[in-house]
Design a protein around this ligand. Structure first.
Ligand code: NAD
Length: 348
């Protein structure tokens, strides 16, 4: 006869539906601010983490990645892909799920969807970095690439930096119309632009979030004036970049984890020894971020495991005593831990 699993065998599972309910229950702005705070806190204790470049399995069409890390108390990982061709087939470019486990026992304590959560954490990360790197008083941002990540990017910049104007461009005008419609009535002036050049006009923050599996030139050197902050999130795997190399030589470059970014980020275009600054050092105050109004700052974002770990911690802490998860029968619990076989036999 099948036994009911004991409480210790049940793992909280957050489905896509529950993730959306959780976000609406807390409020999107509060969630973005909350995840940003967790990310900032975790970057401040960067040295306590077990860090490794993510493990990617590359194909002609995309990449599947595992992103693990641990702070000694909790262990987390995310599975995520990037398949730019998926959009043509009505599928997402990026999907993910993740897990948080207790280091003491190794038992999972949370299993969750991470497609929504990745968009939230990527946007929160962009805004945290812009807080330290963007020019003082930045109010206008451009977003080149108006796909799944784009609205989250705008909302996080509004929540954390007070952005009031967003200028949009995508090679597909339907994507720009979708993004414009989603961001209408959100307290920001939204301008839909016909070219990337038009979109960056007057913007102090330029976010590139395009998806194309090639060395693309979304921004060319002559488009970038002094003093801007570039938040480049779309160049995030080998052979996939968004910026002309000349921009990288004019910018001060800030990265998450150099061993990963050297292979995946915009800086894959540069020699191995090109100087970069690790953003955690800016956040702790050990190194200054923006040093002058004329400086071009570039956050060469590829997405690092600690950001997912922060987002997983945020979800774990916020689903406590809530209806926004289901207990999932994920772990075995035989009466005698050595009697796994007996447990199987009794389930007949
Ligand atoms: P998406 O496919 O939903 O949207 C991408 C958009 O880019 C599409 O609308 C497409 O038409 C547009 N585009 C492609 N080429 C363009 C060009 N030359 N000029 C203007 N627009 C162009 O993808 P998404 O989920 O929004 O992700 C965007 C990118 O961000 C992907 O490359 C993804 O890998 C990356 N990403 C990075 C992080 C990170 O942490 N750095 C996290 C999530 C996603």
């Amino acid at each position: 006869m099948t036994q009911s699993p004991s409480a210790s065998a049940l793992v909280p599972f957050v489905s896509v539906e529950n993730m959306m309910k959780l976000v609406h229950h807390i409020g999107l702005t509060q969630v973005l601010k909350g995840i940003a705070t967790y990310i900032e806190d975790d970057f401040k204790r960067w040295e306590t983490f077990d860090k490794t470049a993510r493990l990617g399995s590359y194909t002609d069409d995309g990449v599947m990645e595992l992103m693990p890390t641990s702070d000694g108390l909790d262990y987390g990982f995310k599975y995520v892909n990037c398949h730019p061709k998926n959009i043509k087939d009505g599928l997402q470019t990026v999907v993910g799920f993740g897990l948080l486990a207790n280091v003491d026992t190794g038992y999972p304590v949370l299993l969750t969807e991470m497609t929504m959560l990745t968009a939230l954490r990527t946007a929160a990360t962009s805004a945290v970095m812009a807080k330290y790197l963007a020019p003082e008083g930045a109010r206008v941002m451009a977003i080149i690439g108006n796909g799944a990540q784009s609205e989250f990017q705008a909302m996080a910049m509004q929540a954390i930096l007070g952005i009031t104007q967003v200028r949009l461009y995508d090679i597909d005008p339907a994507a720009t119309r979708k993004c414009g419609a989603n961001l209408a009535q959100r307290g920001m002036k939204i301008t839909q632009c016909a070219t990337a050049q038009d979109a960056i006009e007057g913007a102090q923050i330029i976010t590139t979030c395009t998806a194309d599996k090639q060395l693309a030139t979304i921004l060319s050197d002559n488009m970038i004036g002094s003093g801007v902050h570039i938040n480049a999130i779309g160049g995030d795997c080998p052979g996939k970049t968004e910026l002309a190399e000349a921009i990288l030589h004019r910018a001060d470059i800030f990265v998450e984890f150099p061993p990963q970014t050297r292979v995946e980020g915009e800086i894959q275009q540069l020699p191995e020894d090109h100087p970069v600054t690790e953003v955690w050092q800016v956040i702790t105050g050990a190194v200054q971020g923006r040093t002058s109004p004329e400086q071009i700052t570039l956050f060469d974002s590829v997405g690092f495991a600690i950001e997912d770990f922060s987002a997983l911690r945020y979800v774990r802490d916020n689903i406590k005593d809530s209806p926004f998860y289901q207990p999932m029968d994920l772990l075995v619990d035989p009466d005698d831990p050595r009697d796994l076989f007996g447990m199987l036999q009794r389930a007949k």
